[in-house]
Design a protein around this ligand. Structure first.
Ligand code: ADP
Ligand code: GLC
Length: 474
């Protein structure tokens, strides 16, 4: 049994902008099944503070980067939390990272340095009598943990998980004192990165183990194309880098019991959901596949490729129902797409319940990402018999079995993959998808195989469990 402090800027179902939250929210229960005890340290955003139960103050700071703060031990949504109650940093309307106008909060470096700083203090001194044996941080927001642990002289090992290397948490070197970093450690061995302070690099250099969320992404990260500037650092630290693929919460995502949909056991039961989804998105009945997409709308997610390739789907009678939000330019483009094409329905915004109805009602789920560390929606698709059509990258490469002639002959295919990651290859993949859809027996076998794939946390929780115990065993 290991006691672990998980440190993250998001945690589902309390605060979520993407898959990071799902993973952070699911790990404690998955590890508890193996005997580990994980508490999760999160910032006290309004959405978090409002949901706490059994609250107890376990630490105080007179001056946490500009104001007084306390740490509360509390329960919420079944999670055993430690929450930083620091109104000057976290009590704001808007999202965890962005203000109401979509701009980064100017003090994000301090806000998440505070998260790391509190984590290190809990590791060094305990909180309410509980002391972790391992600190497990997620993404750049937890990157300074090893710096503060070092300053406190605490020898607690740090595990660092990269969910998305695109965000470095870089800031100007002039902020060193404000961030309470040791200036003599402003070197390439610690947190200096091309003349800037980098929280991500601090975490990568100070971690005893680095993990990322699929094996393929762990390999890709070592290349300039995917490492996004950090590939050199990661090549140096390759010996401690491993990939552990994400699971999903198979209770929340269970087509047999999902309260948001007409429940079903076999792919045949999807029909009622497909009809309802067409109606909800204003789409006519059609002979082609209803493709769906649930995503942040950003460059990463390949939405521009989808827009270019879409005629290949629409010309075959296929349709698209899309739920997303993000980049205003992409939001405008998908809205124009829907206005110009009867076969396209778009809903902008973030809607958890609708995301379930979409995944249940879709024939195929699209994930045409340029890079994808793991990706969760293709896993929901597999579980719901909604055939994934994905680019061949990261976790999408590791979780979907392409319907190649060999895989079809062996009866193991679960979806369609395309490569290179271009609009042309995606258009081709749409043709293949429509061919498969037009062969009902083959399509039904894809759906059945998809629904049989193990997509829960069991195997991956075991991998984290072993990683922690190996680390402590030295
Ligand atoms: P990322 O973390 O890069 O955004 P993932 O596929 O790992 O990608 O996770 C995205 C998560 O956010 C999934 O749980 C997905 O269902 C959810 N999601 C994304 N956009 C929306 C939306 N507009 N409405 C509801 N859920 C969404
Ligand atoms: C990131 C990645 C996504 C991954 C998620 C959870 O947001 O973009 O691929 O599934 O983290 O690890």
């Amino acid at each position: 049994m290991t006691r672990i402090l998980s440190v993250a800027s998001e945690c589902a179902p309390l605060v979520k902008t993407g898959g990071l939250a799902d993973v952070v929210g699911a790990l404690p229960a998955a590890l508890a099944a193996l005997g580990d005890e994980m508490k999760t340290l999160v910032p006290g955003y309004p959405g978090v503070m409002g949901k706490l139960q059994d609250t107890k103050e376990v630490a105080q700071f007179d001056d946490l980067f500009g104001g007084p703060a306390r740490v509360l031990a509390a329960m919420a949504a079944g999670l055993d939390l430690l929450v930083i109650d620091a109104p000057h940093l976290f009590e704001r309307a808007g999202g965890p990272y962005l203000d109401g106008n979509g701009h980064d909060w100017a003090d994000n470096p301090e806000r998440f340095a505070a998260l790391s700083y509190v984590a290190a203090h809990i590791a060094a001194q305990g909180a309410g009598g509980w002391t972790p044996e391992v600190v497990h941080g997620h993404d750049w927001q937890a990157g300074f943990v090893p710096e503060y642990l070092h300053a406190l002289g605490a020898a607690v090992p740090f595990v660092f998980t990269i969910h998305n290397i695109a965000f470095h948490g870089n800031t100007d070197a002039g902020r060193m004192a404000a961030l309470r970093l040791d200036s003599w450690r402003f070197t390439p061995d610690h947190f200096e990165f091309w003349g800037q302070i980098s929280a991500l690099k601090a975490g990568l250099m100070g971690a005893a183990r680095i993990t990322t969320v699929s094996q393929t992404y762990a390999q890709e990260l070592l290349t300039p194309e995917f490492g996004i500037g950090m590939d050199g650092v990661l090549r140096d630290r390759q010996a401690v880098l491993t990939g552990i693929v994400n699971g999903i919460d198979t209770d929340v995502w269970n087509p047999e019991t999902d309260p948001n949909i007409t429940p079903y056991k076999t792919p045949k039961g999807k029909v009622a959901n497909t009809e309802a989804l067409r109606a909800e998105f204003g789409l006519e009945p059609s002979d082609g596949p209803l493709c769906v997409l649930v995503s942040r709308l950003t460059e990463q997610k390949g939405i521009d490729l989808l827009i270019k390739a879409l005629p290949a789907l629409l010309d075959r009678g296929g349709q698209l129902a899309l739920l997303g939000s993000g980049d205003p330019a992409l939001e405008a483009e998908v809205q124009e797409l829907a206005a110009a094409n009867a076969g396209v329905g778009v809903k902008l915004g973030y809607d958890e319940s609708l995301s379930h109805r979409i995944i249940a009602g879709g024939d195929a789920i699209l994930v045409p990402s340029r890079f994808e560390p793991c990706g969760l929606t293709q896993l929901y698709g597999l579980r719901y018999g909604t055939v994934p059509l994905v680019s061949l990258t990261g976790g999408l490469a590791d979780t979907v079995i392409n319907a190649s002639p060999a895989a079809l002959a062996r009866g193991v295919a679960t979806g369609v993959q395309f490569y290179p990651i271009t609009a042309e290859a995606l258009a081709n993949a749409f043709s293949r998808l429509c061919d498969l859809y037009d062969a009902p027996k083959t399509w039904a076998s894809l759906q059945r195989n998809a629904m049989k794939q193990p997509v829960g946390w069991e195997t991956s929780a075991q991998s984290y469990h072993t990683l922690y115990s190996d680390l402590l065993a030295g």
